[in-house]
Design a binder for this molecule. Structure first.
Ligand SMILES: [Zn+2]
Length: 229
């Protein structure tokens, strides 16, 4: 799937991260032709030092959370404060649809709290963000933390993902609208189900390059002032 960087069949060389010779070829993604990471490439012998770090080795080094944690959290949605807020605002059918669409979990250890699972475009669970909301106002009352920290995952590599990016390919025709929090994406999906609502990972920084790459050629609307809920 991924290949070494080249242009019209000719290899493109850059500086090797190990020996610093200009004999290094990065791996680029099959789809977008972008480098995967600066250290993913090879410096082939005999000219180079033999450095090699393949895309599959890189992928293994990027951690993900075992699915069982997500599955465990999908019970007890009746105890979930955000779910109860959505039921009050939009009725049980829409609330249930939103909970299922975004795989929103309910915390086992923090009564009423929601677990927002960050699932990447390949369907891998990359993080779970645990937040508590007021079931009457829908406002966030406590940011409890992340699942990776609570289950003490070793060597966990934090990367940035769009919340809901696993839905991009599932709804190829829906226009994408970006907001700045998981809660906004979910509430907006109940209000305007014709759009696919995703939230960016770093509201202060705007849309990150990696997130833009994930969106690919899809049109999107990103106007927090218009869509804020
Ligand atoms: Zn080298």
């Amino acid at each position: 799937m991924n290949k070494l960087e080249s242009h019209r069949g000719a290899a493109i060389f850059s500086t090797c991260p190990k020996c610093k010779k200009r004999n290094y070829q990065r791996y680029v993604t099959h789809i977008y032709g972008e480098g995967i990471a600066d250290n993913v490439g090879e410096c082939a012998l005999p000219k180079g030092c033999g450095y090699s770090y393949t895309p599959s080795e890189h992928e293994k080094a990027v951690s993900f959370i075992p699915d069982r944690y997500l599955l465990q959290s999908l019970n007890n949605c009746k105890d979930n404060n955000l779910f109860n807020y959505l039921v009050n605002q939009f009725g049980e059918d829409k609330a249930t649809t939103a909970m299922k669409l975004y795989s929103i979990g309910t915390s086992v250890n923090h009564p009423g709290a929601s677990v927002f699972w960050v699932i990447d475009i390949d369907g891998k669970v990359r993080e779970g963000k645990i937040k508590l909301f007021d079931s009457y106002t829908g406002k966030e009352t406590k940011d409890i933390g992340t699942v990776s920290r609570i289950i003490k995952m070793k060597h966990f590599t934090h990367k940035s993902y769009l919340y809901g990016e696993n839905l991009i390919n599932k709804f190829p025709k829906k226009p994408v609208a970006l907001v700045e929090s998981e809660r906004e994406a979910i509430v907006s999906s109940c209000k305007h189900p014709d759009y696919l609502w995703l939230s960016i990972s770093s509201p202060g920084l705007g849309l990150l390059k990696t997130e833009e790459t994930t969106l690919g050629k899809r049109d999107f609307i990103y106007d927090p002032k218009t869509w804020g809920v």
